[in-house]
Write a protein that binds this ligand. Structure first.
Ligand SMILES: CC(C)(COP(=O)(O)OP(=O)(O)OC[C@H]1O[C@@H](n2cnc3c(N)ncnc32)[C@H](O)[C@@H]1OP(=O)(O)O)[C@@H](O)C(=O)NCCC(=O)NCCS
Length: 152
């Protein structure tokens, strides 16, 4: 059983988050990019912490009711413990009442991520041809439509 907490990212987390980003992705964001994101009022960035270590993070922007997830990643040795799901849920919880949907792109070969997203209610709504580089690959566009109760 793994113990972790999910919380908002702070400036102190930047070095660890950028190092994890570098571990996981071929075209990683720099420390400066994360610093800029923290200062972006449309962005929510959450981290998963186990002990003193950042073991995962996820980032979303919300603009006029549309939420766009930029990234989610979990350290290799901490996978399949529910951390990815908890990070995705934290982003969803951070969406405002105006948010109508959350959308994201995922490599078509990324079975782990696609299964995670499907298990959380995301459906494939399109394909973005040639979306990824290093290596080149198409993206599935996946969206979760948020049910909002409208009181009249
Ligand atoms: C995708 C990723 C974030 C999942 O993180 P995680 O913490 O391992 O995910 P969870 O433990 O919360 O898994 C939740 C569900 O997703 C699915 N899933 C996750 N990893 C899976 C895998 N390797 N194979 C099959 N299903 C998987 C399962 O349905 C799982 O539920 P279960 O464990 O009860 O069967 C992680 O694999 C990762 O960081 N990958 C590298 C970075 C990446 O590709 N990010 C996505 C970019 S779009």
């Amino acid at each position: 059983m793994s113990e972790f907490i999910v919380r908002k990212m702070t400036a102190d987390d930047i070095p660890q988050v950028a190092a994890l980003e570098k571990e996981l992705f071929t075209m990683p964001w720099s420390e400066q990019a994360f610093a800029d994101e923290l200062n972006n009022s449309t962005a929510s960035i959450v981290v998963a912490q186990a002990g003193g270590e950042i073991v995962g993070f996820a980032d979303m922007r919300e603009i006029v009711g549309e939420c766009y997830i930029n990234n989610v990643g979990v350290k290799m040795r901490h996978r399949r413990k529910g951390i990815g799901r908890a990070l995705m849920q934290a982003l969803e919880d951070s969406a405002t009442d105006e948010a109508e949907f959350i959308t994201l792109e995922v490599r078509q070969s990324n079975e782990a991520a696609i299964r995670l997203y499907k298990s959380m209610g995301y459906i494939k709504v399109g394909t973005r041809r040639g979306f990824y580089e290093q290596p080149a690959e198409d993206a599935d566009l996946m969206t979760k439509f948020l049910k909002r109760v409208v009181m009249k």
